[in-house]
Design a binder for this molecule. Structure first.
Ligand code: SF4
Length: 113
């Protein structure tokens, strides 16, 4: 995930000066449309494709591991938040010791008798 953001920032850093330089060569009324299409084509679309590939590559980890049922797991980054490590299909950073179930927004209430 960090790589996707990093390369989006790099592409942005290259595209902005390039657009600024091209401003003198393109008629102003077309320049905005060119700029919008360039931002989409150079920054947004590649990032969306990379994110889709990232989800596809990590689909099994996100859905079918012990981490996928743990409240310390960040699915968007495939990251264990308390160990700051990326679990894989063969690697569980806490070895199951820190696992806590996802509460789904509902806290279990204790029954007092
Ligand atoms: S605490 Fe353990 S089970 Fe939970 S996300 Fe981290 S490595 Fe996975």
């Amino acid at each position: 995930m960090g790589g996707i953001i990093f390369w989006a920032i790099i592409r942005t850093a290259v595209l902005i000066p390039a657009l600024w330089l091209m401003q003198g060569f393109i008629e102003y009324k077309y320049w905005w449309w060119f700029g919008i299409m360039a931002v989409y084509g150079v920054i947004i679309h590649p990032a969306a494709i990379q994110y889709r590939l990232f989800l596809e590559e990590n689909k099994e980890i996100i859905k079918d591991t012990l981490c996928s049922t743990c409240k310390h797991f960040d699915k968007t980054a495939v990251l264990c938040l308390i160990n700051d490590k990326h679990p894989t299909l063969n690697y569980l950073p806490c070895e199951g010791l820190d696992w806590e179930p996802v509460s789904n927004g509902y806290e279990q209430k204790e029954i007092h008798s």
